[in-house]
Ligand binder design. Sequence first.
Ligand SMILES: Nc1nc2c(ncn2[C@@H]2O[C@H](COP(=O)(O)OP(=O)(O)OP(=O)(O)O)[C@@H](O)[C@H]2O)c(=O)[nH]1
Ligand SMILES: [Mg+2]
Length: 293
Amino acid sequence: MKSAFVAIIGRPSAGKSTLLNALCGHKVSITASVPQTTRNKIRGILTEARGQMVFLDTPGYHNSERKYNNYMMGIVSSSLEECDLVVYVVDSTRPMGKEEQELIDMLTAKGKSLVIVLNKCDTDSKYKQDIRGFLKVNMKPESIIETSALKSEGIDTLKDAIFETAPEGEQMYPDDFYTDQDPEFRIAEIIREKAISKMSQEIPHAMYVEISDTEMKGEGEKQKLWVRAFLTVERESQKGMVIGKGGDQIKLIRKEAISDLNKIFPYKIQLDLRVKVNPKWRTKDYLLKGMIK
Ligand SMILES: Nc1nc2c(ncn2[C@@H]2O[C@H](COP(=O)(O)OP(=O)(O)OP(=O)(O)O)[C@@H](O)[C@H]2O)c(=O)[nH]1
Ligand SMILES: [Mg+2]
């Protein structure tokens, strides 16, 4: 059987997480219209008769010397190191540029097998032909697979290419596993996704979610997981915006998170969601080390 670790790599907002979810057929990784949503190496598993692929979703490749970004680029490098093959995702709606060239240089220097994906092909992009030309000159690919991760188009063709390129090996996870994330991490991520979708400008990047307490209550079908979570921002002014007038915003974030979480988990989630401030958290090594991994 085929078996491989497959890193999904590309610039911020190329649609990597949306693609991972389409490949696995489950919501494994959170998505958002703002860049730099994914901060971790998130595993999504696809098992078929022909084999098992363990996908590694990664943060978007971005060039900046900020500490926070350096941690995330460490995830990109280690995923590239660990994987057997790379799905390189290119956003067909954005022109190629210096950062894309740097990423291509990094990928080709590594010498791992590559499957190249041109994503967001449901849009009528004026850049598509230029991008194809750029990729042909720089990477000389055998093929470029067009997808719409959002509309789940081109996914079967992509799966065929991945299985074809992957090496033979052993099954690593049971048949019904589609992710190995622990419940606390998934809960924190879903809360963050709902909060990001309501916020603008700097706030999505200034947030993280900390699960401070959990308790399983009840038995059998009546089982409930009680969770206390802190949606954490960098400044008092941001706290006010996340809470909203009369608490409207945070109530909505909580409601939408619970609705998604109840679809994911076999038990009901009771969520005590609070907002707090941790100034300059993105500069704190001890926090970033535990958070971005
Ligand atoms: N039109 C269109 N939009 C897409 C497609 N795939 C993803 N998107 C949108 O692009 C935005 C970014 O998607 P993500 O999947 O979060 O992108 P990402 O590459 O994981 O982003 P980071 O984690 O921030 O690096 C979201 O608004 C998605 O809905 C697609 O095939 N077509
Ligand atoms: Mg992502």
